[in-house]
Design a protein around this ligand. Structure first.
Ligand SMILES: [Zn+2]
Length: 200
């Protein structure tokens, strides 16, 4: 039998890279080759960043954003609007809304309610959210869950839980995307856009 072309060190690197989301075996091989070609200049900073992230990054005890334990850069930012909490499923959603220049605070649920996957209210940070919504500064809770069945079920559940808090509960509008052509939209998006129409 012929000896393997790829040595165990490189093979391990490829195997680890291939476990990352969005990187299949082919992209993992390309990424590994690129790193190896560039050598220490490319691999050193990456290895350092991974070591620092593994040692220092954790969930914020208040909003569940990922940051260093001493200071979540969102919770400690005094310029942010204290009156609004935007509720999202995952940190990736928080990052997306930051790109949209939302200037308030966040609450990351850590998922959505799902009977199929056995996720109940106790598995999400809903009690923490209710406690935060009861703080005197907070006047609005914006529900920014995904427009999926589980996302909307979770939004309804949270709305019920916030009934005794003195806050207005809003949700993101669903409708025609900027630059979207009607003919290319799915029926659900079109129906929502028609229902949520506003005066021109
Ligand atoms: Zn935080």
């Amino acid at each position: 039998m012929a000896a393997p072309v790829i040595g165990p060190e490189i093979d391990r690197l490829i195997q680890l890279l291939a476990r990352l989301p969005g990187l299949g075996p082919r992209s993992a091989r390309r990424a590994a080759l690129d790193l190896l070609k560039k050598g220490e200049a490319s691999m050193g900073p990456l290895a350092d960043a991974l070591t620092v992230a593994a040692a220092r990054i954790t969930s914020c005890s208040r909003c569940s954003n990922l940051d260093t334990p001493i200071s979540c850069h969102i919770c400690t930012d005094a310029r942010r609007n204290k009156s609004a909490i935007c509720v999202v499923e995952e940190v990736a959603d928080l990052w997306a809304l930051e790109r949209a220049s939302y200037g308030g605070h966040y609450h990351v649920l850590g998922g959505v309610l799902s009977a199929l996957d056995g996720v109940g209210p106790e598995d999400l940070s809903i009690i923490d959210l209710v406690n935060r919504a009861a703080e005197p500064d907070v006047t609005e809770v914006i529900l920014a869950m995904n427009a999926t069945v589980d996302g909307q079920t979770t939004a309804h559940y949270i709305t019920d839980r916030l009934i005794d808090c003195n806050v207005s509960v809003t949700r993101l509008a669903h409708g025609v995307p900027v630059g979207g052509e009607l003919d290319y939209l799915d029926d659900g998006t079109l129906i929502q856009a028609m229902k949520a129409r506003r005066p021109f």
